[in-house]
Ligand binder design. Structure first.
Ligand code: SF4
Ligand code: FES
Length: 248
C-alpha cells in the first residue's frame, strides 16, 4: 500500500504546531499502525530528519500508552482496539490518513503526537486504590464470597487501561467514563466499600480540578473505548457520588 500521511508536528509544549505531509510506500496490510509509523521514522532518520514522537509500550492493547487520533477517531476506524492493535488492512491503497494527538486541555501536547496524561494519574492517586493491611494476616481475597454478577461487572470496569480515548472523543473532554470505571471497579466489591465515600468524592474533585468537562450523555466515549467500558459506569459513579454527598 502507498499512503499519504498528514501528521501533527509540534517541537515542544509551547510550539504552535502544524500538519506536515509525508509519503510511505510498500506498507503491508498486515502491519500494525505503529509499525507503519516505524517505517516512516526509519525513512526520516535515514534522511537526518527528526522522527515522529509517539507514545507506545506494550503494543498488545494492555498498557494504554498508544493514543493517536486517526482520521478524526481516537484509536482509528476499527472498534474495540487500541492504536497498536489497529491493522493497516483497515485502510486502502492510495489513502490519505490524518494523524493527530489526543486533544483536550487536560492532556497538553508534549511533543508531536505525545500528550501528557498525568492528570489521570492524579485522579487515581486521589482515590483509585484500597488500603489493605499486608502484614501477613490479610484475608485471601478469593475466600470472600462475591455475587457472580458483581464480580463480572467489577472485572469489566477494571479492564479500563487509562488510555484517554474517552476524553479525546468527548465534545466536552469529559473523563467520566474513565473515572466511572475506576470508581465502579471498587464500588461493587466488599474490599472497596470501606473507603467508598472518600474515594468517589476525592476522585471527582480531582477530575474537576484537572479541567475535564462534564458528561452530557452523548455516548461517543463508549463507542470509541477500546475496552468497551459501558456508560453504566458513569451512572453508577453518579449514584455513588450522590450517596457520598448525602453522608458527607
Ligand atoms: S474508559 Fe475506555 S477509553 Fe477511557 S481510559 Fe478507560 S479504556 Fe480508555
Ligand atoms: S502500546 Fe500498550 S495499549 Fe497500545
Amino acid at each position: 500500500m502507498n499512503l499519504t500521511l498528514k501528521i501533527w508536528r509540534q517541537k515542544n509544549a509551547s510550539d504552535k504546531g502544524k500538519m506536515v505531509d509525508y509519503k510511505v510506500d510498500d506498507i503491508s496490510p498486515d502491519m500494525s499502525f505503529l509499525e507503519m509509523l516505524d517505517v516512516l521514522n526509519e525513512q526520516l532518520i535515514n534522511k537526518d530528519d527528526a522522527p515522529i514522537a509517539f507514545d507506545h509500550d506494550c503494543r498488545e492493547g494492555i498498557c494504554g500508552m498508544c493514543s493517536l487520533y486517526i482520521n478524526g477517531e481516537a484509536h482509528g476506524p476499527d472498534r474495540g482496539v487500541t492504536t497498536c492493535q489497529l491493522h493497516m488492512r483497515m485502510f486502502n491503497d492510495g489513502d490519505t490518513i490524518y494523524i493527530e494527538p489526543f486533544r483536550a486541555s487536560a492532556f497538553p501536547v508534549v511533543k508531536d503526537l505525545i500528550v501528557d496524561r498525568s492528570s489521570f494519574d492524579r485522579i487515581q492517586h486521589a482515590g483509585g486504590f484500597i488500603s489493605v493491611n499486608t502484614s501477613g494476616n490479610t484475608i485471601d481475597a478469593n475466600a470472600i464470597p462475591i455475587e457472580k454478577h458483581d464480580a463480572d461487572t467489577a472485572f469489566e470496569a477494571a479492564t479500563c487501561i487509562g488510555c484517554g480515548a474517552c476524553v479525546a472523543s468527548c465534545k466536552n473532554s469529559s473523563a467520566m467514563l474513565f473515572v466511572g470505571a475506576k470508581v465502579s471497579q471498587f464500588a461493587l466489591l466488599p474490599q472497596g466499600k470501606v473507603e467508598a465515600t472518600d474515594r468517589v468524592l476525592n476522585m471527582v474533585k480531582q477530575m474537576d480540578e484537572e479541567g475535564f468537562g462534564n458528561c452530557t450523555n452523548t455516548g461517543a466515549c463508549e463507542v470509541e473505548c477500546p475496552k468497551g467500558i459501558s456508560l453504566e459506569n458513569i451512572a453508577r459513579m453518579n449514584r455513588e457520588y450522590l450517596k457520598a454527598s448525602l453522608k458527607g
